[in-house]
Structure formats: C-alpha cells, structure tokens
Design a protein around this ligand. Structure first.
Ligand code: PHE
Ligand code: FE
Length: 272
C-alpha cells in the first residue's frame, strides 16, 4: 500500500524496481548520454556528470539528494502522478522537485504522455545543479502561487513550457538545449536543433506568454534565451503589470511569426 502524505509525496520505494525497469533506465540513459554532448548546454552536461545519473539504473532519490542538496539545496521528492497546481508550486518554492517514480514500458521508449521518472529525473534534475537555474525554478514556484491568486496561471504555464520544458540557449558554440522535454527525448533532441521545420525565436517574456503550446507532438516553436542569467533576470520584475497587459492582447497562433520576432536558423550538425 502506498501512503500518500498531505503534501502529496510518496516513498520512492526504490528497492521495489525490477531488474527490467532498471534496464529501461539504462537504455534510455545511454541513448541520450551519447547524443547530448555538443547538443545540451554546459550546465546540463555538468549536472548529469555531477549527479552520477548512470549508476545502478533508476537513481535512488536518497542517494541523489545527498549530492543535489549539497550543490544547490534542491531535493527530489516522489509523487504519484500529476499533483494540484498549488501543491506543485509550493514544492518548487521550497526547492523540492516533484518526480514521478514509475518508468515507461519498453515499447514506449520514444513517446510518452505522462512524465515518468526518466523524464522527471534525467530531464529536469541536472539543470537544478546550476545555481542560476536553481534560483529560477524556485522563483517560478513562488510566481506560480502568485499567478494562481491573480488568476493568470495559463500565462505562467506557457513560460514553464517554453523554458523549463522546451527551452534552447544561445551560446558562442551555437544553439544548445536546456529544456527537460527535449533532453529526455531522442526524437526531440535531434529535431529541436537540427531540423529546418520548427521556428526558433528569440525569447521574450511577453511573446512566450502569448504563445499557446501543444503537448502531443514535437514542438512547432522553440524559444532561445541569450543565457540562463538573462532568463532569471527577465523574471525578476513583478508580473502583475504584464498580466494586466496580456488580458488585452490576443494569443499568437502556434507557428505564426510576428514583426518583432528574431529568428534563428537550425544548428545543423554533420552527424545525427
Ligand atoms: N516575477 C514573477 C512574479 O511577479 C515571479 C516569477 C519568477 C515567475 C520567475 C516565473 C519565474 O510573479
Ligand atoms: Fe517535465
């Protein structure tokens, strides 16, 4: 029997994972780890190494938290699935990252609707070792609680989607990935950087909050931040004024380009 605590967390029950489940993690880990050098941003790659995410298959959150909490004060907590918005934001505001504990089936390696432990831990946790991104995620949690009170959660949710899940970074070496939804997906890792089809637009807070997203396919649009610090600084302002403005501005349909947009070409590599 799984006990669900008042804060919606559960025990990871690490010893209950089967050898087969650990092998699924290893397969996914090895596949992504081989593709991500030169594609993921330095902060992600450093975090992946610092946390030893390849050891013994699915990481034991107790071991992971020893390293993670020393680095930035973040911890990973297990949850049974999606949790209510306010519970989620409250965890983030206290530097706790809620992660699913189940792992996808062997026939779902490329596609999954519900976030599993591979997406949540491999995708999200390496970035939490970066001090700037660690602060951004905490601020996002606090901002979520505010947006909830101001009735603007849909706008703030777009910021999460277009940064934390699907963000790209501009670096001297070219475009790099920091979004968890990309680094945890083989297909999207290739598509986001190399494919000529999607739009790659310079990040702007207002642009992002006016842009709806789809959850059932590769992204039609990626937003490129100039740096993690620029992303954090853009969010230091009080969003209340922005929310007021957004109430009178129409959404920009998915895939549409507007005059103010700055577009980036694909970052084409020799080998895929
Ligand atoms: N500054 C935002 C607000 O006033 C809070 C926030 C910070 C939101 C970082 C998202 C990311 O609500
Ligand atoms: Fe996610």
């Amino acid at each position: 029997m799984t006990v669900i605590r008042p804060d919606h967390t559960i025990d990871q029950a690490w010893s209950a994972y089967s050898a087969h489940e650990h092998r699924i993690w290893k397969t996914l880990y090895e596949q992504q780890a081989s593709m991500l050098p030169d594609r993921a941003c330095d902060a992600f790659l450093r975090g992946m190494v610092a946390l030893n995410l390849h050891q013994d298959g699915i990481p034991d959150f107790r071991r992971l938290n020893e390293d993670l909490s020393l680095l930035t004060g973040w911890r990973v907590v297990a949850v049974p699935g999606l949790v209510p918005d306010e519970v989620f934001f409250n965890h983030l505001a206290h530097r706790r990252f809620p992660a699913g504990r189940f792992i996808r089936k062997a026939n779902q390696l490329d596609y999954l609707q519900e976030p599993d432990v591979f997406h949540d831990v491999f995708g999200h946790v390496p970035m939490l070792t970066d001090p700037v991104f660690a602060d951004y995620m905490q601020a996002y949690g606090e901002g979520g609680l505010r947006a909830h009170r101001l009735d603007h959660l849909p706008h703030l949710a777009r910021l999460y989607w277009h940064t934390v899940e699907f963000g790209l970074l501009q670096t001297p070496a070219g475009l790099r990935i920091y979004g968890a939804g990309i680094v945890s997906s083989r297909l999207e890792t290739l598509y986001a950087l190399d494919d000529p089809a999607p739009l790659r637009l310079a990040f702007s807070l207002e642009r992002v909050m006016r842009t709806p997203y789809r959850i059932d396919d590769l992204q039609p649009t990626y937003f490129v931040a100039p740096s993690l610090i620029a992303l954090l600084e853009a969010t230091l302002q009080d969003f209340a004024g922005l929310y007021d403005r957004l109430a009178c501005l129409p959404d920009i349909p998915i895939g549409q380009v507007i005059d103010e947009d700055i577009r980036f070409p694909p970052d084409v590599r020799a080998v895929a």
